[in-house]
Design a binder for this molecule. Sequence first.
Ligand SMILES: NC(=O)c1ccc[n+]([C@@H]2O[C@H](COP(=O)([O-])OP(=O)(O)OC[C@H]3O[C@@H](n4cnc5c(N)ncnc54)[C@H](OP(=O)(O)O)[C@@H]3O)[C@@H](O)[C@H]2O)c1
Length: 353
Amino acid sequence: MTTASDNVKTRAAIIGCTGYTGYHLVDLLLRHPGAELTYLASHRAVLPDLRDEFPQLSGRLDDEVAQTRPIDFEAIAESADVAFLGLPHKAAMAYAPKLLDAGLRVIDLSADYRLSDQALYEEVYDVKHDDPRNLAEAVYGIPELFRKDLPGATLVANPGCYPTAAALAVAPLLSHSLVKTERIVINAASGVTGAGKSPKPSLHFPEANQAFGAYGVIGGHRHQPEIAQTLSRIAGHEVSPLFVPHLLPVDRGILETIYLEPHDPDVTEEELIDAFVDAYAGEPFVRLRESPPNIKHVVGTNFCDLSVRLTTQGDVKTVVVFAAEDNMIKGASGQAVQNMNAVFELDETAGLL
Ligand SMILES: NC(=O)c1ccc[n+]([C@@H]2O[C@H](COP(=O)([O-])OP(=O)(O)OC[C@H]3O[C@@H](n4cnc5c(N)ncnc54)[C@H](OP(=O)(O)O)[C@@H]3O)[C@@H](O)[C@H]2O)c1
C-alpha cells in the first residue's frame, strides 16, 4: 500500500463516473495534491468521453483519462491503488469482490456493504447479498466516529447521506449519555440530487419544483436501519430512531432537525454544547454553530455544520440538534475522499478544503 511517507501519488479509479457522485469524485480528485486519477470506467456499450457527459470538466482532464474505459478488473488493478464505486446498490457488490481479489482497495458509495447484518440488508434492499465474505470485512467510514478502523482498510462502506448527518448530530449526546434513546425523532430534508441522475417521474422538474413533501414514511426509508445501526453501535444497545425524510426542491443539500429527550431534567445547554466541543474539537469537517445551520453554507463543501439547543415547554425539556451537509460531498464523494485519505494515511483534509 502506498502511504504519504512514500511520497508517491495514490492512483484512483472510478466505476460509475457518469453519475452524480462519480462527477464529484472526479472533481475532488483532480484537486487532490496526493492523488492521481488514472482510470474512469463505464459499463456502457459505447464508452463516453467524460467531458461530453460533464462539459464543466473540459480543460481539466487529459484526453487519455477523459475517455472512459471498460470495467476490466486487471487493467484497473494495473493502473490504480484504489477503486471508488459510484454505483447503485447490487451493481457495487457485483464488482467489489473482483476488484479486491485483484489487489485494489475499494471505497463503495452504495449501500451494499453498509449494513453488517446480511439478513437485514436482504430485507431492506429486497435483494440477496452476493458477497457475504467481504461484507464481514467492510469498514463503515465516518472518520470522525470510527477513524481507527480506516488506516489500511481494504473495503470501506461509505455511509449514506442522511445517515452521515444523523450520526454526527446524535453521536456526542449518546457517547456522553445525555439523552434517552427510546424516542429519537429525525426530521430530514434532501435536495433532489440525493436520488441520483437517472430520471424518475417524481423527480421531473414540474413534479419536484416548488413542491415539498415527506416520502418513505410508510414502510420506512432504507436509511433508517443504517442510522439505527450506527446509533446502536455508539450507544452500546439497540437504538431505533423515527426517521422522516422530505424531498426539498433544491439541487443539493441536506438539513436534519433532530429531537431528543434529556436523561437529566436539570441538564443545561452548556453541558450539551460541551459534549459537542469534546467530540469534535480539532475535527476539520465538523463546524459547531451557534445559530441553526443552513444548507446554503455547506453546499459544495465537505463540512457538516451542527448546532445544539435545549428548549423548554412547561416542565418538558427537549434537546434539538440541527445538522446541514452537502449530500454529494460530506454525504458521499467528499467523505469517500476523506476515507481514502485515512486508508492511505494521507492528510485527511487533502483535496477537501
Ligand atoms: N446522490 C447522492 O447524493 C448520494 C449520496 C450518498 C450515496 N449515494 C449512493 O451512491 C451511489 C451512486 O449514486 P449517484 O447519485 O452517483 O447515482 P447516479 O447519478 O444514478 O449514477 C449511477 C452510476 O452508476 C452507473 N451504473 C448503473 N448501473 C451500473 C452497472 N450495472 N454497472 C456499472 N455501472 C452502472 C451509471 O452509469 P450510466 O450513466 O452509464 O447509467 C452511473 O455512472 C448510489 O448507490 C447512491 O445510493 C448517492
